[in-house]
Unconditional design. Structure first.
Length: 108
């Protein structure tokens, strides 16, 4: 077998494996949006002094105007004002965009 045929076979084998991997990549990069819809909504007191309505917070660190939507941990709205928080304490729930917790950090 000459070098040209060997290169061609390697190319064809690699291309075939690449094409076979494309459908599998969808599972690896499955959208968190579909999963987020299955998450429960956080309740007041879930963790870190969380409240669903920031204006109702009585925490000493709370300042007017602070809410999840303006925090660096906010990962974006999923549905009807509820969204994902990147903070590990809230990985298993959706938080309210108008909510607040004591790890609030303003977006830069």
């Amino acid at each position: 077998m000459n070098e040209h045929n060997r290169s061609r076979r390697v190319f064809l084998r690699t291309a075939a494996l690449g094409l076979a991997a494309v459908p599998l990549a969808r599972f690896a990069t499955h959208s968190s949006r579909a999963q987020a819809q299955d998450l429960p909504k956080a309740e007041d007191g879930h963790a870190l002094d969380y409240v669903n309505d920031a204006s109702e917070s009585e925490h000493e660190k709370y300042e007017s105007g602070q809410n999840c939507e303006s925090c660096v941990f906010w990962a974006g709205e999923e549905s009807n004002g509820w969204g994902k928080c990147r903070h590990p304490e809230f990985a298993d729930v959706l938080v309210n965009a108008k909510g607040w917790c004591n790890t609030y950090t303003p977006k830069g």
